[in-house]
Design a protein around this ligand. Structure first.
Ligand SMILES: *[C@@H]1O[C@H](CO)[C@@H](O)[C@H](O)[C@H]1NC(C)=O
Ligand SMILES: *[C@@H]1O[C@H](CO)[C@@H](O)[C@H](O)[C@H]1NC(C)=O
Ligand SMILES: *[C@@H]1O[C@H](CO)[C@@H](O)[C@H](O)[C@H]1NC(C)=O
Length: 738
C-alpha cells in the first residue's frame, strides 16, 4: 500500500507540473499573440500627410522599441479622413499605446458582415437599372447631365467586373480632381480600368483571412446585363464614374474598410456607397471622416426585417436606405385542374406548346428537400413545395437545389411557398425554359388544399406578362428591409429613406447553383440593391448643387420623399401582415429624385456638430458625462417623452429668397405638438431661421412609439416634411417585458 502511494505521488506531481507548464505556455502565448488593433488619434493634426504617417511610426516605435519593428507591425496608416493606424500588436502593447498622450482609443479589429455577396450589386448603379419605364426624360437627370463628372466610390467585395460591364464608350477622361489609381491584382490588371471604372484598389493585409483571397479574387465574366434591363434610368446616375475599393473578402475587416474610405477621400470621390452590414464604432469613424470632408456616405439599412430594431448603420451622418418594391410586375398566371387561377410573379417564357396542363406533385415541409425530391419520379411533372410557418431569411429552404433537381430530372416546373413574396432569393430561369414560381402563403395553402382533395392534381403555368405602371400598387416596403428604431442611437430616427430594392433584374454569377441551372439572370432583392439607387441620386443632386453639404443633400432627399403610393394611398409595409408604413419602415418615405433637386428648405448640419456628437456617444456606453448635441436632423425621434420636450431645428432657405412658410402639424397620437413660430418669413437678408417644436404627452401611460410629421409649406410647390417618432413613458427605466 505504502509502495503504491510512493509511486503515485511522483506521478501526480508530474501531472500537476505538466498542467501548470502548459497553462503557463498558453498564458504567455496569449499575451504574445499578435492581433490587428486599430488606434484612433482623433482629427489629423497636419495638412502634410507624410507628417501624419511619420507620427504613427514614431508612436509605434516608442512602444515596440525600434523603427524596424514599427514598420513590420503597421498594417494601414489612416491619414485623410482622420489620424490613426492599424497594427499587429500583442494585448500588452495595445494597452500600452492606449496610455500614450494623443491616443483617443485602441480597439481590436473586427470583421463585419457584407450585405451582399453578389459582386454585381453595384452595377445597378452604373447601369441605372430601370426602376420604371418612364417615357418623359427626367429633369434631374438632364440638369445633372446624367451625373457626368461625379465619382462614386464603392466599398465592398468589388469582385472585379469585366470591362464589358463598364463599357466606357462616349466617356471623356476622368474628372481632373481624380487622384486615384488602378491597382493590379492577381486576376485584375491595370488595363481593366477605363473611363467608366476609373479606379480600383484592394486591401489584403494580415487582417484578411488568406483563404478568402483565392475565392474572392476572380474576375467575374459575362455578368453584363445590358440586354436584359432595358429601360431608362430614373434613379441612377448613368454617367457617373465608378471607383472600387475592395475591402471585403468574404467578410470585411474594419481595418481594411477604414483604409478604403481613407483612400477614397484622398482620391477625390464625390459620393461613397458601402454595402456593409452592421458597422461598429470604429468603422463609423471612417464614414464620419468622409462626411466631415463633404462626401455623403450611403449605406443599406440591412435585410433583417420586418422585426423591429434591426436597422443597421444608423449613425446620424449616414444616409441609411430601406428597400421598396417597384411598380413593375412580372405576372404569371397559374391555372389548376379545377380551373381556379392565381396570379404570381415569375419570369417564364413558355416554349411553343408548353402552355398545357401537367401533373402537380405536392411536397409538404420536410419532404420539400432536394434529396427526397430526387428520390421521387418527377419527370414531366410540376413540383410544389409548401413549407408553412415563418421561414428564416438566413436559412431559407434549399430552393435553388430543388430547382436544379427538378430540371435535372426532367420536371416541368417548380412552384413554392415563400415566407415573404419579396424575399431575397426569388430567381428566374432562362435557357431551357423551366417555370419557377414563388407563391404567397394564402395561394400556397389553397393549392395545397386542392392537392389533398384531388386524386391527380394538375396545373398549367402561363407565360409571364410584364406589367408596369398603375396596375401595380407600388412602392411597398419590402418585408426583409430592416426596421427602426435604431438599437444604438435612440434619439436618431432610422432608416432615413427608401428606394427600390425588390426584383431588381440582375445577372446571375456563373457559379454554383445558378451555373448548374443555366440561370443567366435573377431578380435580385435587398437593401444593398436599394443603396446604389440613392448613391446615384445623391451624385445627381450633388452635381446640380455642388455647394450642398452631405447633411443638406440628405435633407433634400428626406423632406421631399413620398409617403403615398402611385394610387395616392399611404404606402404599405410588407411583413407577416401588411400595414401602413411608418417612419421605422421607411424613414421619411420613398425617394422622389426630381423634387429633391428643389426642396425649398434645408436642414443643415456642420461637420463640427457631427464630430461633437461622435465624441459624446449616446449608445456606446461611454463614460463621458456629456450630453450629445441634438443634431439638426430632418427628422425627430423622442424615445422617452415624460411630460414635455422642446426640440429646436433650423432651416435654410435654398429656394426663392422671399418666401413665407407655414407649419402643418400631424401630431403623433397621444402627443400634443406646437411649433413656434408657426410662420417663417424668409428674405435676402434672412435665409436661416430657427424654430421650436414642443411635444406634450397627453396620456400618462407607458406607451409604444407613435408617429407624426411636421411640414413647412410655402403655398406653392414646396412642402418640406420631416417624420416624427415619439414614445411616451412614465419612467425612463421601465422594462417593457410584460
Ligand atoms: C485567378 O484566376 C484563376 C483562374 O480563374 C484562379 O485559378 C486563381 O485562383 C485566381 N487567383 C486569385 C488570387 O484569385
Ligand atoms: C462570355 O460570353 C462570350 C460570348 O457570349 C463567350 O464566347 C465566352 O466564352 C464567355 N466567357 C466566359 C468566361 O464564360
Ligand atoms: C439523384 O438520384 C440518383 C438516382 O437515384 C443518384 O444517382 C444521384 O446521385 C442523385 N443526385 C443527387 C444530386 O443527389
Amino acid at each position: 500500500m505504502a509502495r503504491f502511494s510512493e509511486l503515485r505521488a511522483p506521478c501526480l506531481l508530474l501531472l500537476v507540473f505538466l498542467l501548470y507548464s502548459s497553462l503557463r505556455l498558453q498564458l504567455s502565448q496569449g499575451l504574445k499573440q499578435r492581433r490587428v488593433y486599430i488606434v484612433y488619434l482623433g482629427e489629423r493634426q497636419h495638412e502634410d500627410v507624410s507628417l501624419v504617417t511619420s507620427l504613427h511610426h514614431d508612436l509605434l516605435t516608442s512602444v515596440l522599441g525600434s523603427k524596424e519593428a514599427a514598420l513590420e507591425s503597421i498594417v494601414h496608416s489612416y491619414r485623410y479622413g482622420f489620424s490613426g493606424f492599424s497594427a499587429m500588436l500583442t494585448e500588452s502593447q495595445a494597452r500600452k499605446i492606449q496610455t500614450l498622450p494623443g491616443v483617443v482609443s485602441v480597439k481590436e479589429n473586427t470583421m463585419v458582415r457584407m450585405h451582399t455577396t453578389r459582386s454585381w450589386d453595384f452595377l445597378g448603379l452604373s447601369m441605372g437599372v430601370d426602376i420604371k419605364q418612364e417615357q418623359q426624360p427626367n429633369e434631374l437627370l438632364a440638369a445633372a447631365n446624367h451625373g457626368d463628372g461625379m465619382i462614386i466610390g464603392v466599398i465592398d467585395s468589388g469582385v472585379w467586373p469585366e470591362s464589358q460591364s463598364f463599357a466606357d464608350d462616349g466617356y471623356g477622361p476622368p474628372p481632373s480632381k481624380w487622384k486615384g489609381t488602378c491597382q493590379a491584382g492577381a486576376n485584375f490588371s491595370a488595363h481593366d480600368c477605363n473611363r467608366k471604372l476609373i479606379g480600383a484598389r484592394w486591401y489584403a493585409g494580415p487582417d484578411i483571412d488568406r483563404r478568402f483571397l483565392q475565392a474572392g479574387g476572380n474576375v467575374v465574366h459575362n455578368t453584363s446585363f445590358f440586354g436584359l434591363a432595358a429601360g431608362t434610368a430614373r434613379g441612377g446616375a448613368p454617367r457617373a464614374r465608378i471607383a472600387v475599393y475592395k475591402a471585403c473578402w468574404g467578410t470585411c475587416s474594419t481595418a481594411s474598410v477604414l483604409k478604403g474610405i481613407d483612400h477614397a477621400i484622398h482620391d477625390g470621390v464625390d459620393v461613397l456607397s458601402l454595402s456593409l452590414g452592421s458597422t461598429d464604432e470604429m468603422a463609423a469613424l471612417g464614414t464620419l471622416g468622409a462626411v466631415t470632408r463633404g462626401i455623403p456616405v450611403i449605406m443599406a439599412a440591412g435585410n433583417d426585417g420586418p422585426t423591429e430594431q434591426t436597422v443597421q448603420n444608423s449613425s446620424p451622418w449616414l444616409l441609411t436606405v430601406a428597400a421598396t418594391t417597384v411598380d413593375r410586375s412580372f405576372l404569371t398566371v397559374i391555372t389548376l385542374g379545377n380551373n381556379r387561377q392565381f396570379v404570381a410573379q415569375s419570369m417564364y417564357v413558355a416554349d411553343k406548346g408548353g402552355d398545357e396542363f401537367s401533373q402537380l406533385l405536392y411536397y409538404f415541409n420536410d419532404r420539400c428537400d432536394p434529396d427526397y425530391i430526387n428520390s421521387t419520379d418527377i419527370h414531366g411533372k410540376v413540383v410544389f413545395c409548401y413549407t408553412p410557418g415563418p421561414g428564416s431569411v438566413s436559412a431559407p429552404p434549399k430552393y435553388a437545389d430543388i430547382a436544379a433537381t427538378v430540371r435535372r430530372n426532367g420536371g416541368k416546373g417548380f412552384i413554392f411557398s415563400q415566407n415573404n413574396l419579396d424575399s431575397l432569393d426569388l430567381y428566374a430561369i432562362k435557357g431551357p425554359a423551366l417555370p419557377c414560381v414563388p407563391l404567397d402563403f394564402k395561394t400556397s395553402y389553397q393549392i395545397a388544399v386542392y392537392c389533398n382533395r384531388i386524386g391527380i392534381p394538375k396545373i398549367k403555368i402561363s407565360t409571364t406578362r410584364t406589367t408596369s405602371g398603375s396596375e401595380v400598387v407600388a412602392p411597398r416596403i419590402a418585408a426583409f428591409s430592416s426596421r427602426g428604431p435604431s438599437p444604438i442611437y435612440h434619439g436618431v430616427l432610422k432608416p432615413d429613406i427608401a428606394a427600390p430594392g425588390v426584383y431588381i433584374l440582375a445577372a446571375a454569377a456563373q457559379t454554383g447553383a445558378y451555373k448548374s441551372l443555366g440561370v443567366s439572370y435573377v431578380f435580385d432583392s435587398g437593401t444593398s440593391m436599394a443603396c446604389p439607387h440613392i448613391s446615384g441620386i445623391v451624385a445627381l443632386l450633388k452635381s446640380v448643387h455642388p455647394d450642398w453639404s452631405p447633411a443638406a443633400l440628405k435633407s433634400a432627399l428626406m423632406t421631399t420623399a413620398h409617403t403615398m403610393d402611385s394610387h395616392g394611398v399611404p404606402i404599405e409595409a410588407n411583413g407577416n401582415r401588411a400595414k401602413i408604413a411608418d417612419p421605422f419602415d421607411y424613414g421619411a418615405g420613398s425617394v422622389n429624385p426630381t423634387k429633391a433637386a428643389d426642396p425649398g428648405l434645408i436642414y443643415d448640419i456642420s461637420a463640427s456638430d457631427y464630430l461633437e456628437f461622435f465624441n459624446c456617444p449616446q449608445g456606446f456606453g461611454s463614460n463621458n458625462n456629456c450630453t450629445p448635441p441634438d443634431l439638426n436632423l430632418p427628422s425627430i425621434a423622442i424615445p422617452g417623452l415624460k411630460t414635455s420636450v422642446t426640440v429646436v431645428r433650423t432651416v435654410t432657405n435654398v429656394g426663392q429668397p422671399n418666401a413665407v412658410y407655414k407649419a402643418f402639424l400631424e401630431p403623433p397620437p397621444g402627443v400634443k405638438m406646437a411649433v413656434e413660430p408657426a410662420v417663417l418669413v424668409f428674405s435676402n437678408a434672412k435665409r436661416v431661421q430657427s424654430f421650436k417644436v414642443i411635444f406634450r404627452a397627453t396620456r400618462r401611460i407607458q406607451g409604444s412609439y407613435t408617429f407624426g410629421s411636421l411640414a413647412w409649406h410655402d403655398g406653392g410647390a414646396h412642402l418640406v416634411r420631416i417624420p416624427i417618432a415619439v414614445r411616451v413613458v412614465i419612467e425612463e427605466l421601465y422594462s417593457d417585458a410584460s
